[in-house]
Ligand binder design. Structure first.
Ligand SMILES: Cc1cc2nc3c(=O)[nH]c(=O)nc-3n(C[C@H](O)[C@H](O)[C@H](O)COP(=O)(O)OP(=O)(O)OC[C@H]3O[C@@H](n4cnc5c(N)ncnc54)[C@H](O)[C@@H]3O)c2cc1C
Length: 820
């Protein structure tokens, strides 16, 4: 064996073992075997054995390793790791990890992904969607709600209460609907497709709020009293956390609850004196019970030694003397009930604390635990409903609206924006379904909920911008016939609430993901925090050396998968989707490697390097969203017609993952590390491309042509044909236009002249006169013309109708304004 061959064999052995995550013992045994062969053939001598044993023995003998390596490293670790605040610790401890953990760890098991059950509706849930949801939506007129009344009508509120819309999460034993997370998501998607106000009003009580908190932490008395009342709509809840001084930094609320003695119902008791100033609180103006978060203090030691008890949540009936409530904010012309509330020295008993006095100071933990569930359902579902509605409406509009004698949807420029909406619609449905499905499997997915919240709301904003651009003036002129503008106006609401998006992307996704999904980081942190030094060294040893092996393995995996462009890596299918699985193997390994490199080179400073953290989070998010797309395709039975949508979504996501990795390496604080890894991870340059123009064309075609793939995009939208449901009307117009086109062509051919595709009633008359069409065909042309006009026309108003303060105008608004 010559020396060169020996070194190649040694390096290959190390690389293959690392790639397959072999144990330290296996490593040592195989290298020893290789050395033995090399000694036998006189290729290596004693020096090699000495070097090998000097490394292998201390590493393999636990007592030596712990004494001489682990102990000093633990000391160093404790010195460099920054202190974590209690709120940070509680946020990290809250919730569970699921499939995103596999993606984070660099070796996703695709069979495991596809074996997660597809979420399904029970017969009762389906009946609710087909019955009460449809009935409710028929009652709602969105223009009336958003413009004329600035609220839902009393009849709609009553219907919501009567049918249990506010009680989807409340257990049946208390009179609630106890729906699965998937069913809640379907209901919210359907409501959004007609009215954002409606889905916001329904979403909030079913998300983070008194109902959720009471079911998890309430005392039996609280549950027995409140839950049946919430289920019947006798109580309207809201949850008040945000203060003018504490928005994103919610743990810093200045609102207080001072433990003190006071008089309650004629007796002296120990209670709390609450002082708060909250804003932006959804449903507060009409709430009957206020879920209030405040910092509890016990300065006189009435409850024990602890003076600062911490964040606490209580339920305060709004009839309690001193509670101020009722005024409204005006959120971006999507006027759901939202407003401030204040209280000054409002005395209440300790029993008002959710879970009773023993839960004093447990508020933050309660909130973050529940947030991981609610955040994965409400905003992602509302956004998904919005994107899907935009996809259907814009696809139809692009086919109906003609300019330059062509449907605008046939123009390449429009196809680009249209395909983005279609790809996002497919992806949004896929990832929201997968995320809520995880909740139904018993998870409390804190990382997934942040990923889904951020990306669904961002994609919704982009989709609605694209839809507006495609609609031109039709999207801009507001009125009962405008089905886009409120979505466009309201998009920033979803971006801002439940963790404003910049914060969510830069801090939360990776910040929680790194610690929760990494197989060793949390174990290292916990080991370092142990008081028993022996136990700390043993636990830290296990975590640290596991971590080192994991990092070495990720290095070789990322290197090989980059070098081979992932050509030989595993995919569960050998069809057009195989390349996406393979690229995900590659980016998953790269994420695992970069995560360790970032933590290793920046340590605690990574918390402040938000843009590095954001891009690591982007990689994780793109992997998660792509796997959701592939799972949906699989769960739907791999229908060939959906393939362009699947390909578009996968290619867009994977390209975004590549951009994130590329930009991170370009901006890596340690320039040498960034440059070296740039060469290693991208040996052939940036190989992934955005969806091609051809793919954009295919997706646009699906969106403009009634077909199974398009119908699947419309799942759970309110498509019913009725006078004030624009999606139903525009869908009908699309079908009518498509039916009229061949008849129109027949008339054009017979008349031997190029006619414009409008005034179809005149074309009908000409066709009858020429005797080339039947009366039934003429009627189809007339019906298509009506639908066409309804679709392209916009509203206009008497000037007085638009003025909020009509008293300024007397009866002749124009004359008065001119004089002014
Ligand atoms: C319509 C509406 C309804 C709401 N409903 C409720 C409700 O029912 N109950 C309730 O308690 N609250 C509610 N909120 C409050 C909502 O949760 C907050 O608005 C949100 O937490 C952001 O706080 P803020 O608006 O004060 O923004 P700020 O905290 O001032 O943030 C401003 C910007 O700074 C960014 N930012 C902040 N910190 C960081 C960071 N560390 N890194 C990077 N960027 C950062 C944010 O992302 C944001 O872009 C609602 C808000 C709105 C607008």
């Amino acid at each position: 064996m010559d020396v060169l061959f020996f070194w190649i064999a040694l390096l290959s052995t190390v690389a293959v073992l690392a790639y397959h995550r072999a144990s330290l013992t296996m490593f040592s045994a195989l290298i020893a075997a290789l050395l033995a062969v090399a000694t036998f053939t006189d290729t290596v001598g004693v020096v090699s054995w000495v070097l090998f044993l000097a490394v292998a023995l201390p590493l393999n003998i636990a007592s030596i390793r712990q004494q001489y390596l682990t102990k000093p490293l633990l000391k160093l670790y404790r010195k460099i790791m920054p202190e974590m605040s209690t709120t940070e610790k509680e946020a990290i401890d809250a919730g569970t990890t699921w499939w995103e953990g596999d993606l984070f760890r660099g070796t996703p098991d695709w069979h495991k992904l596809h074996n997660y059950p597809k979420p399904r509706l029970s017969a009762e849930e389906q009946a609710f969607l087909d019955g009460p949801c449809e009935e409710l939506l028929a009652m709602v007129d969105d223009w009336h709600t958003t413009h004329e009344r600035a609220d839902l009508s009393p009849e709609v509120y009553q219907y919501l209460k009567d049918k249990g819309f506010f009680a989807m999460i409340i257990k049946k034993q208390y009179g609630g609907l106890e729906f699965s997370a998937y069913a809640q998501s379907c209901v919210l998607q359907k409501l959004t497709s007609k009215s954002m106000v409606l889905s916001s009003v329904v979403g909030v009580p079913n998300s983070l709020g008194p109902g959720e908190l009471l079911q998890h932490y309430g005392t039996k008395e609280q549950q027995d009293y409140y839950l049946p009342r919430l289920a019947k709509g006798l109580e309207i809840p809201c949850f008040a956390l945000t203060s003018p001084e504490a928005g994103s930094d919610a743990g810093a609320i200045p609102d207080t609850g001072i433990v003190c003695k006071g008089e309650w119902e004629g007796k002296e008791i120990i209670g709390m004196r609450l002082t708060w100033n909250k804003r932006y609180i959804t449903l507060a103006p009409i709430a009957t019970v206020l879920g209030l978060a405040f910092k509890m203090q016990d300065p006189d030691g009435l409850l024990g030694d602890k003076k600062e008890l911490g964040i606490t949540c209580a339920l305060i009936p709004v009839t309690t003397p001193g509670v101020k409530i009722g005024r409204r904010h005006f959120p971006l012309n999507v006027p759901f009930q939202n407003g401030p509330t204040q209280g000054q020295d409002v005395f209440v008993p300790l029993d008002y604390i959710i879970g009773g006095p023993k839960m004093a100071g447990q508020g933050w933990r309660m909130l973050v635990e529940c947030l991981s569930v609610g955040r994965a359902i409400t905003l992602p579902s509302n956004s998904t409903g919005g994107i899907k509605a935009a996809a259907l409406l814009t696809g139809a509009y692009a086919r109906i609206r003609r300019q330059f004698k062509l449907p605008i949807g046939k123009m390449e420029g429009i196809e680009e924006a249209l395909a983005r909406i279609g790809g996002y619609a497919y992806m949004a449905e896929a990832s929201t379904t997968m995320s809520v499905g995880s909740i139904d499997l018993g998870e409390k997915p804190s990382v997934i909920s942040a990923i889904t919240k951020f990306h669904m709301t961002e994609r919704m904003r982009q989709a609605i911008i694209d839809a507006m651009d495609i609609h031109g003036g039709k999207g801009i002129c507001m009125g009962p016939n405008n089905y886009l503008a409120r979505g466009y106006q309201g998009a920033p609401v979803a971006i801002t609430v439940e963790g404003a998006n910049i914060l969510t992307r830069n801090m939360i996704i990776y910040g929680q993901g790194a610690i929760r999904c990494h197989p060793f980081v949390l174990a290292e942190l916990q080991a370092a925090g142990l008081e028993d030094e022996r136990a700390a060294v043993t636990a830290f040893d296990r975590a640290l050396f596991g971590h080192i092996g994991f990092s070495i393995s990720n290095f070789f995996r990322a290197l090989w998968l980059g070098l081979s462009n992932s050509a030989f890596s595993a995919s569960p299918y050998a069809d057009a989707t195989a390349k996406y699985y393979k690229q995900m193997n590659r980016y998953s390994a790269a994420l695992a490697l970069m995560s360790d490199v970032a933590m290793g080179t920046m340590g605690g400073d990574l918390k402040r390097r938000e843009r590095i953290s954001a891009r690591l989070g982007d990689m994780l998010s793109m992997l998660y969203l792509t796997s959701a797309v592939l799972k949906r395709f699989n769960d739907d039975g791999r229908p060939a017609q959906d393939l362009p949508l699947v390909q578009w979504a996968c290619e867009d996501n994977l390209h975004k993952a590549q951009v994130a990795l590329d930009e991170m390496l370009d901006n890596f604080p340690n320039r040498i590390v960034g440059a070296v890894l740039g060469k290693l991870l991208f040996p052939w340059g940036r190989t992934l491309r955005k969806p091609s123009d051809q793919l954009d064309h295919q997706v646009s075609r699906i969106m403009q042509t009634p077909c199974e793939a398009r119908s699947r995009l419309a799942t759970n939208l309110y498509m019913t044909l009725e006078p004030n449901n624009q999606i139903g009307l525009v869908e009908k117009a699309l079908t009518d236009i498509l039916a009229a086109e061949p008849i129109f062509d027949k008339v054009v051919h017979a008349a031997n002249k190029r006619l414009p595709f409008f005034r179809l009633h005149e074309v009908a008359a000409l066709g009858l006169e020429l005797g080339v069409i039947t009366e039934a065909e003429a009627e189809k042309l007339r019906v298509a013309e009506q639908g066409r006009l309804h679709t392209i026309n916009v509203d206009d108003f008497d000037p007085l109708d638009l003025a909020a303060d009509k008293s300024l105008f007397d009866t002749k608004p124009k004359a008065k304004s001119a004089a002014a």
